[in-house]
Design a protein around this ligand. Structure first.
Ligand code: FMN
Length: 434
């Protein structure tokens, strides 16, 4: 099933390792979290480890209810932050997140191409259809997932055409003849579609020869199909190896259906790592991080995703397939809802057990709680089984846990021949295609 010899690895700059109660640790440097230096330090460490890219997720709303105990999705604008990082790094890819539901595509095309110039060809776009924030953009209701994907496909097509509308080769800058641009190569796109109308051309030439890589997040049937049609990679939630293998195989098949090669789409699940010197310490770290996690919020999230109200259930009662109500009509993320239903169908967990699972507390990400050896062995196992093309590290628990990923796990994977020992190119696309 097409095992990839070398992994692709990205590092999340959203400080997941300060999530839960981890920000309260003395060494968390939480006071610096809104400064560019904070993210720059991690980006430099990630570049020293030769990672493909650093990545910033994003949302466009503030969860005021969560602010007493955490950032509630408050963060710097990801593209502006990555522009600052671009000036201080030289090789690592810079993957920003921009929603196709709220912004005008002309602005997005220009911002991404600007980041590409500022970084010398290292920009990447994580395409999201977004989960919330509609009221900040004049929409009283969130458009349905289907409508959001329809708009996303049209939006992405426009952005790609805008990037092509002023090709790099058009820029001549010929002092002798006085010709600045070969203007005949610069063309409007004259797009008029169901959702958007854009004339073009973009007011900025493309940078260099490599195109800007596209990543997509969202794995409902429409999300998979959209990713398989245009994206170089998908950022996914795959809590177990079978879920990853199934998704990867499906994406590869769908890519071929769109006339692409199976290997053109890469599955890169989020990988949450709680690492320590011993397994016992790692479990302690995990438990300490989640000690204050609000049970009411967990129940509310299970209710939103499945329609199941577990508040009055005894902790030791098992939840079975027959307890599952029909799939709710309004879902923020069908991907996460389906992963939770799948877990209940497969494991029939007790209420107490369900409340500790990544599907409830960790965005349904693949999770390793253990030692560096455990992490290296499990990553190599998933890779050998053809379940992944790489991963995006979303370390948890503490700064020390995050550092172990960059200082020990990644070098060990490189030593084992599963990851690059040095960069062979300087562009983001170059890293993905190496
Ligand atoms: C792993 C993963 C990461 C995501 N990251 C973001 C994000 O950073 N910002 C955002 O607005 N939406 C994010 N989303 C939401 C998706 O863009 C999408 O709107 C949502 O999953 C609904 O699509 P679906 O029906 O395919 O699940 C993410 C979804 C997944 C599965």
């Amino acid at each position: 099933m097409g095992v990839r010899e070398k992994l692709h690895i990205g590092m999340s700059l959203a400080p997941t390792w300060l999530g839960g109660d981890a920000w309260r640790r003395p060494d968390s440097e939480i006071e610096q979290v809104y400064s560019s230096g904070f993210a720059l330090d991690i980006a430099k460490r990630s570049e020293a480890a030769k990672l493909d890219f650093v990545f910033r997720p994003d949302s466009l709303f503030l969860n005021v209810g969560a602010l007493e105990s955490g950032p509630g999705f408050g963060s710097l604008d990801p593209t502006i932050l990555l522009a600052a990082i671009a000036r201080e790094t030289s090789h690592i890819g810079l993957l920003t997140t921009v929603s196709t539901t709220f912004f005008p595509p002309y602005v997005v095309a220009r911002q991404l191409q600007s980041l590409n110039w500022i970084s010398g060809g290292r920009a990447g776009w994580n395409i999201v259809t977004a989960l919330d924030g509609n009221e900040n953009f004049g929409l009283s209701e969130m458009p349905s997932a289907k409508e959001r994907y329809e708009r996303a496909a049209e939006f992405t097509e426009i952005v790609r055409r805008l990037w092509d509308s002023y090709p790099a080769e058009a820029l001549e800058l010929d002092r002798a003849s006085g010709r600045y641009t070969n203007a005949s190569m610069v063309r409007p796109i004259d797009h008029e579609g169901r959702h958007l109308k854009v004339k073009g051309p973009l007011n900025l030439p493309a940078y260099g020869e490599d195109r800007i890589p596209l990543v997509q997040a969202g794995a409902s049937p429409e999300g998979r199909d959209f990713a398989a049609s245009v994206a170089d990679a998908i950022f996914a939630s795959t809590p177990d190896r079978e879920a990853a293998a199934e998704l990867r195989q499906d994406l590869r098949r769908r890519a071929e259906g769109h006339g692409r090669r199976a290997e053109d789409i890469r599955l890169m699940p989020g990988l949450s790592l709680y690492l320590a010197e011993s397994r016992e310490e790692a479990v302690e770290l995990f438990n300490a991080t989640h000690a204050r996690m609000d049970v009411a919020r967990k129940f509310a999230s299970i209710l939103e995703m499945t329609g199941l109200d577990l508040r009055d259930w005894p902790q030791q009662q098992r939840i079975t397939t027959s307890d599952l109500p029909p799939v709710p009509e309004k879902l923020r993320s069908r991907t996460h809802a389906e992963l939770l239903r799948r877990l209940i169908r497969r494991d029939e967990p007790t209420v107490a057990d369900l409340l500790t699972r990544p599907e409830v507390i960790g965005s349904a990400h693949w999770q390793i709680v253990g030692t560096v050896d455990d992490a290296v062995a499990e990553i190599m196992d998933w890779q050998s089984a053809g379940a992944i093309d790489g991963f995006i590290a979303v370390p948890g628990g503490s700064v020390a846990s995050m550092r172990l990923v960059l200082d020990e796990v990644v070098p060990r994977l490189a030593e084992a021949g599963r990851f690059r020992t040095d960069y062979s190119g300087r562009t983001f696309l170059g890293h993905l295609q190496a």
